[in-house]
Write a protein that binds this ligand. Structure first.
Ligand code: NAP
Length: 234
């Protein structure tokens, strides 16, 4: 159980939201196969950001649909982490209200430590994931602020959130993000049922406010926009 702490004592990691979107605002298509939106150069840029983070977080549906390994791919980056006394790969974190996750997915069987934050009674999931992951009760509804506090206590100072749309929406709506890395790929999806980057929500800036753009950079045919989700220009 995530312990309750006084507000003054709350500490949380720096949170980077990372996403690749199509030109028409989708983050996948409607087929079971994962749509690769980023260019090879942008995938390498994402790998570099991963290597600078202590933990990588995804939502349960992304785990079910994509079954990502969520590792640092580049050997030199892993070696650089090891030289700094860090595990070769960041902690892998899954947020799942139900904890209805297949323990056979490859996600659980590679990399370093894993944590599941869930609203489900912890006994069942703990038994199912025994040895594969720490299972932590995080309230009903699931409290992302408490998740961040628990990650801080585990030594996580820099957290990369890699989607999907439900999780990104919850972080932005809860004013829990410090950076937004939005990579735009020259791809059109055009499918009504494909998932979009964000869902309808009451965002802290309100409708129509302009988020501060930090910078843009090109990686192959993909353009990275970095935003400050707490900075507003108008
Ligand atoms: N292009 C990209 O950069 C990118 C990156 C990542 C993912 N994706 C795509 O995103 C899609 C998945 O996105 P998604 O929005 O369906 O799922 P998601 O954001 O990956 O995960 C959503 C899950 O979060 C859990 N959750 C925890 N607290 C919740 C709350 N308060 N409200 C609702 N859910 C809560 C639920 O788990 P339970 O179901 O266990 O209850 C829910 O199913 C996939 O198609 C994937 O390919 C794209």
């Amino acid at each position: 159980m995530v312990p309750d702490r006084p507000a003054a004592a709350r500490r949380r990691p720096r949170v980077i939201l990372s996403v690749a979107v199509s030109l028409d605002g989708y983050i996948d298509d409607a087929t079971p196969e994962r749509l690769r939106l980023s260019s090879p150069e942008d995938f390498d840029r994402v790998d570099a950001v991963r290597a600078q983070c202590d933990a990588l977080l995804i939502g349960a549906n992304t785990l079910r649909r994509d079954n990502p390994r969520l590792l640092v791919a580049d050997e030199r980056r892993r070696a650089a982490r090891a030289a700094r006394g860090l595990p070769a790969h960041p902690l892998k974190v899954v947020v799942s209200a139900s904890a209805d996750l297949d323990p056979g997915l490859r996600f659980w069987h590679c990399g370093d430590k894993k944590v599941i934050y869930t609203s489900a009674a912890p006994d069942g999931p703990s038994a199912r994931f025994g040895g594969l992951a720490d299972v932590v009760a995080a309230g009903t509804p699931l409290d992302l602020g408490a998740v961040l506090e628990d990650l801080w206590r585990r030594g996580v100072r820099r957290l990369m959130v890699e989607g999907g749309g439900t999780i990104h929406t919850l972080f932005l709506e809860g004013d829990l993000a410090d950076e937004l890395h939005l990579a735009v790929a020259p791809v059109l999806v055009g499918q009504r049922d494909a998932p979009r980057f964000l869902h309808p929500a009451r965002f802290p800036g309100g409708t129509g406010r302009r988020m501060r753009l930090i910078d843009t950079q090109q990686f192959g045919d993909t353009v990275l926009h970095r935003y400050d989700p707490r900075g507003w220009t108008a």
